[in-house]
Design a protein around this ligand. Structure first.
Ligand code: ADP
Ligand code: MG
Ligand code: MG
Length: 897
């Protein structure tokens, strides 16, 4: 028979799945011999059974009876007893802590009779009635679903009538009257009197805790934190101890270290003569934990000993909830405490220094996400600010810039040297150029998975979305909030972490960790303003060094220009995994491509390309010089041709207008030819059309030009005594034959350049694996490729059949909402599907070519969870944006320990 209930003394901390976090840790404290009021845990199995069957399994009731009797025997009081009544707390506790999401009921077991026995037994009338009114209040709200406000109002009214400020000042008579009022409230709200049978109270409270798993806010919280819905919560039933028995009693919370700075010491709050949530609820001003020392030295010392034991045992920062009853300490909860990103790094290294954990373990205590947070620029704490509105912080960072409303102004102002914040009602893929030009993006609509948010996170740029108070008039170019109106060119500041929007420029500073990454440890230490900051810099430095030592994955970067490459190299990148050459054909050079496309004869085409050759060569010289000695993967031109041509509609209108006005001349002639070409190359579905290797095979001159430019750049740099290491990469390959054709052509060109320069040029020629067919036939393709690079962006698009540029708000939001996806597969690799293709690709490739070099380029290369996957499937490197390099180094190290 399934067992649903465990005494605290039967469990331990490894049983969080079954007992929930609170239950498992209570059990652990019992094992450690710490003073925990006796109790038991009803398992998450029982909760799941309740949720599927809609009722508590009868076995649970039977087991609860037996375990309740154990408690009664242990402490010699019984539930509902007329002399010494046992009181209980009924506490929720899921596997992952969901602060404030579910419910707890205290003082269960009190009724119109036992309240008198309690008063007599404790010799404290006031205490008894205070406990009873708390029970009715908590039970009413949590179990009976009565609006909590109603109770608070009654309490406030009572305090006002008595002329007192805090509830400890209410005397027994006043509390008695309050209880009467509460009971009436229960009866009018629910139609039945407050349940008087203690055991019935217990059963109802247990069921209510189960039910609270599915409250709206609990569901919402789980979605946000990616906690599975099917886990369920455990219920802990425990004998009450009382912090509200006067001045020698009290309740508090504490941390074994400061959770924001990480320092070891005495951190916590204590509230005398109080119960339960009083401390956090801010009802009265709490005392610092250190003050407890003067009030009750014995209890204080006992608590300090318990804190130290817990920290030694868990070997980590713990947070603790405790109660003191007439000078006796009781431990009510502990867990490994949440902490800020900075504290995570500091605590981890401090624990190493105290020789409580090893460096490997320390690596497990920090995450790439935390490091990422420490890299974002910050608003200067001391700066003055005027808040305009608050939206959702969707991608952290602090951005200050001129307001712009469209791509054109964003680009124009950026070129003029200004920082801009792109403001849109919502964004679409068309806004990408504006986003690229901007330092931040602000929208009035859309959530954390909206296009703006997803794209901004990918680019590591600051974003605030869904600021619904903003009235954005794109035509008039104004933002209005109440009385305030801002126009184009006005400066705003947005905080991508808090979602706050300020008028004017709030001062922004590089984070100390960013300074460390960009300028090195000495510079960062020198610039640090205080010891805490210096500690942080040191901690991050030590962790990254250790990660570098441990990791097997190399970390490269995606960079298209020498400038980007330099930045990434400074941050520890060990090569370039993806240089997108098409960026070099945009802007002013677009015309050259136009000429290539428009060429009427092979000769004309060749002339056009010959003009491009020196430009391309110069690009590669610049890049390879910066990356001297490090592998540099250059991808041959990838996107569809139309991206280099004018927009079809725009051009049609221009030509039509010119013709209507009877204009002529070379400009018009050119437009007409261009229009024909644009029509000609127009495709319904260009991303699945003539691009990548297909383009290379259709216009062989394009690839040839690039390969020659690479080869000549190598020759030039070697001439200067440098060591360029380019790798030529062919995009969008789906078959062995495609790769074969390109490779033959490339070899020929390399041989020519080798011959004329007298140098050996056997540059590696590999391909991207970004189509399912390539992954599935990797064993064949590997005959023609010196390396594979998984293009997981396109591979995700082509595996799911999602268009990355169009997934956008609507349907992705719906998919996240109804649980088809828990996160965008463009953000974290879909290990089950896309990941399986990566695995097959690696295996297939290496079956043909042992030790084939494999890597990944694409957003996933910088995503912590995906990096662990790439480590597991045995890739040689990941490549990510320069911004994510430190994060990838850390996570690759973590994957290896
Ligand atoms: P949460 O998960 O919201 O922290 P808890 O179950 O920890 O809820 O209960 C909240 C508070 O109620 C505890 O911090 C403690 O002060 C009080 N409490 C819970 N159980 C007991 C108990 N057995 N005796 C006295 N106080 C208790
Ligand atoms: Mg708690
Ligand atoms: Mg691609």
């Amino acid at each position: 028979m399934a067992r649903y209930v465990y005494k605290f003394s039967e469990g331990d901390r490894d049983q969080r799945d079954l007992l929930g976090g609170k239950g498992a840790n209570l059990a652990e404290m019992v094992k450690l011999g710490l003073p925990v009021p006796p109790g038991f845990t009803i398992t998450t199995d029982a909760c799941r059974a309740y949720l599927t069957e809609g009722k508590v399994p009868p076995e649970v009731r039977v087991e609860v009876t037996r375990r309740l009797r154990d408690i009664e025997d242990e402490i010699g009081r019984t539930l509902g007893d007329s002399e010494e009544p046992l009181l209980l707390s009924v506490r929720s506790g899921a596997k992952f802590s969901m602060p404030g999401m579910m419910e707890t009921v205290l003082n269960v077991g009190l009724n119109d009779d036992t309240v008198h026995s309690l008063a007599e037994f404790a010799d404290d009338e006031r205490f008894a009635w205070d406990s009873y009114r708390r029970l009715i209040q908590m039970f009413g709200k949590t179990v009976l679903d009565i609006d909590g406000e109603r109770f608070s109002e009654a309490l406030e009214a009572r305090k006002a009538a008595a002329g007192v400020r805090s509830d400890v000042e209410l005397d027994a008579e006043q509390l008695k009257a309050l209880v009467k009022e509460y009971k009436e409230l229960v009866e009018t709200e629910t139609g039945s009197p407050f349940p008087q049978t203690p055991r019935k109270q217990v059963d109802m409270a247990i069921e209510a805790v189960f039910r609270s798993w599915n409250t709206e806010r609990a569901v919402l919280y789980r979605r946000r934190e990616r906690i599975p819905d099917e886990l369920g919560t455990a219920v802990n039933v425990q004998a009450m101890v009382f912090g509200n028995l006067g001045e020698t009693s009290g309740t508090g919370v504490c941390f074994t270290r400061d959770p924001s700075s990480g320092h070891s010491g005495v951190y916590g709050d204590y509230l005398p003569n109080a119960q339960g949530e009083d401390v956090v609820a801010g009802i009265r001003n709490t005392l610092a934990l250190a003050d407890l020392k003067d009030r009750d030295r014995g209890a204080y010392r006992e608590l300090r000993t318990a804190m130290r034991r817990l920290e030694t045992h868990y070997r980590d920062l713990c947070d603790i909830e405790f109660t003191i009853e007439h000078g006796k300490l009781w431990m009510l909860q502990t867990r490994v405490g949440k902490r800020t990103a900075a504290a995570a790094f500091r605590v981890a290294t401090q624990l190493v220094d105290e020789q409580l954990i090893t460096m490997d373990e320390a690596l497990e205590r920090v995450s790439g996400e935390q490091l990422g947070q420490l890299l974002f620029p910050q608003f200067d704490k001391d700066a003055a600010r005027q808040r305009l509105a608050t939206g959702m912080g969707a991608s952290p960072g602090a951005a200050v810039g001129e307001v712009v409303f469209d791509n054109a102004s964003a680009q124009a102002r950026k070129e003029a040297g200004a920082d801009v914040v792109l403001v849109r009602r919502e964004t679409s893929p068309e806004d990408l150029p504006g986003m690229v030009a901007a330092v931040g993006v602000l929208t009035a609509r859309g959530g954390k998975t909206s296009h703006a948010a997803v794209v901004a996170r990918g680019m590591g740029m600051c974003a605030v979305v869904g600021a619904e108070d903003l009235q954005i008039d794109v035509a008039a170019k104004t933002i209005t909030v109440g009385e305030t109106t801002l126009g184009e060119g006005d400066t705003i500041s947005i905080d991508g972490k808090t979602g706050e929007i300020y008028v004017g420029a709030v001062d922004v500073i590089d984070s100390p960790v960013m300074t460390y990454i960009a300028e090195g440890v000495e510079a960062a230490r020198a610039k640090a303003e205080d010891d805490d900051t210096r500690d942080l810099v040191d901690a991050v430095h030590r962790m990254l060094e250790h990660a570098d030592e441990r990791r097997r994955l190399r970390v490269r970067t995606n960079a298209d220009t020498g400038e980007d490459a330099q930045r990434a190299r400074d941050r520890g990148a060990e090569g370039i995994g993806l240089c997108r050459t098409e960026h070099q054909f945009l802007g002013e050079r677009r015309e050259y491509i136009e000429r290539v496309i428009l060429a009427e004869s092979d000769e004309a085409r060749e002339t056009a390309m010959a003009e491009l050759l020196p430009l391309q060569r110069a690009d590669f010289v610049e890049l390879l010089e910066v990356m001297d000695g490090l592998p540099t993967t250059i991808r041959l031109i990838d996107p569809p041709l139309h991206e280099f041509l004018p927009d079809l509609t725009e051009l049609s209108v221009r030509v039509a207008l010119a013709q209507e006005r009877g204009e002529s001349g070379p400009e018009v002639e050119r437009d007409i030819t261009l229009l024909e070409a644009v029509r000609h190359t127009h495709e319904q579905n260009p991303m699945l059309g003539l691009r990548g290797v297909r383009l290379g095979l259709k216009y062989p001159g394009l690839f040839a030009l690039q390969i020659r430019a690479i080869a000549e750049a190598v020759v030039e740099l070697r001439g200067q005594g440098k060591d360029p290491q380019p790798e030529i990469m062919v995009p969008l390959v789906g078959s062995r034959r495609e790769m074969h054709l390109v490779r033959e052509q490339a070899k020929e060109i390399l041989a020519e350049v080798a011959e004329s320069s007298g140098q050996r040029l056997d540059l590696p020629i590999g391909c991207m694996i970004e189509l399912p067919r390539a992954a599935l036939t990797a064993d064949r393709i590997a005959h023609e490729a010196d390396f594979f690079s998984f293009g997981t962006n396109d591979l995700t698009q082509t595996t799911w059949g999602f268009s990355r540029d169009d997934v956008e708000t609507e349907f992705f939001a719906a998919y996240l909402e109804n649980g088809v996806l828990t996160i965008s597969p463009f953000e974290t690799l879909d290990a089950l599907g896309v990941g399986e293709l990566v695995r097959q690709g690696v295996e297939g490739g290496r079956a043909t070519a042992t030790g084939l070099k494999t890597g990944v380029c694409g957003e996933h290369g910088g995503d912590p969870e995906s990096i662990h996957f790439f480590h597991d499937v045995g890739l040689d490197y990941v490549s990510c944006s320069p911004f994510r390099v430190p994060v990838a180094r850390l996570e690759a190290g973590r994957a290896a320990v």
